[in-house]
Design a protein around this ligand. Structure first.
Ligand code: ING
Ligand code: ZN
Length: 304
């Protein structure tokens, strides 16, 4: 069981510890916290959402992290937000009065367990592919938005799968969003790059509202310690298109009009696996920056 002297957001928790933590929150704060099992991974692990709510009828945000197994800085920022909302209740009451919050800290449990036990920089799911020794599908290429344009190379880290929602993790997330129409804000937490990515369709739409909400979060992050994030579409700031992502699907197909991917620290110079491995000493600053960013983003979500 996890060390109770450190905040659970100040070190890396393994899969069981993250599940244990959100269950502890639910049992400690039953008046506002509950656990929803939204499905199971390929290897049978639970996909667990923690819901925080202090009353009915509110619009909600869903924060998703660890759809990519090696991106370990995501969950601490989510656990930090949960910690703030549940233990600093007086200070943060207004945030729960305004909206419900849903958290999916481990969207790819099998990959995450594998990244702890076998390969620290594993990215995909752990389902084997027919006629190939290469294991896994990129769950962030497996949603049904421009899925068909993703890569068919099973050995690629971005393999899009045999069909949309071939991965039970993705099917469960999509179904959960369609079943929970109060979720009108979606935030996919990734690393790295120090970016806030706008959905693909924002490229054509010149959606200034989406952009200005993201710029607010950038300012909130700068105010903490000067860290600079950039805003743009994946194509605009990363020069590549990603097909079949969760947040693009949420925006374009599930009608979620505020939808972003945040790429946490460090900034992107070149691709380097080391950049998925942040010293846990950096977590308090990253958590503080993200907490300000998440609050800034959610402040643009209407209450009802
Ligand atoms: N990066 C994202 C990826 O899935 C991304 C970048 C996300 C691009 C969403 C476009 C849309 O490739 C990481 N670090 O996974
Ligand atoms: Zn990622």
């Amino acid at each position: 069981s996890f060390q109770r002297n450190l905040l659970p957001s100040e070190r890396y928790l393994n899969f069981d510890e993250i599940m244990e933590y959100i269950e502890l929150v639910a049992t400690t704060h039953p008046e506002i916290a509950s656990i929803i099992n939204i499905g199971s991974s390929w290897e049978g692990r639970p996909l667990r959402v923690l819901k925080l709510s202090n009353g009915p009828g509110k619009k909600a945000i869903l924060l998703e992290s660890l759809i990519h197994a090696r991106e370990w800085v995501g969950p601490p920022t989510i656990l930090h937000a949960i910690h703030e909302l549940t233990t600093n209740l007086l200070e943060n009451q207004a945030l729960l009065d305004a909206n419900d919050w849903y958290f999916l800290p481990v969207a790819n449990p099998d990959g995450y367990v594998f990244s702890w036990t076998k390969d620290r920089v594993w990215r995909k799911t752990r389902r084997s592919n027919n006629d190939s020794d290469c294991v896994g599908t990129d769950p962030n290429r497996n949603f049904d938005y421009k899925w068909e344009d993703g890569t068919t190379d099973m050995c690629s880290g971005s393999y899009h799968g045999s069909r949309p929602y071939s991965e039970p993790e993705c099917e469960a997330i999509a179904k959960f969003l369609l079943d929970h129409k109060e979720i009108t804000f979606y935030l996919a937490v990734h690393s790295y790059g120090q970016l806030i990515l706008l959905p693909w369709e924002a490229e054509n739409q010149q959606n200034n509202h989406l952009k200005s909400v993201a710029e607010d979060a950038v300012q909130a992050i700068i105010a903490v310690n000067g860290t600079q994030y950039k805003v743009g579409t994946a194509h605009g700031v990363l020069s590549y298109f990603a097909h079949g992502t969760s947040f693009d699907w949420a925006y374009a197909k599930a009608g979620i009009r505020l939808s972003y991917t945040i790429e946490l620290t460090p900034s992107f110079e070149k691709f380097d696996n080391q950049n998925f491995i942040m010293d846990s000493k950096q977590l308090p600053l990253i958590n503080a920056e993200c907490w300000e960013a998440y609050k800034a983003l959610v402040s643009h979500l209407p209450k009802t």
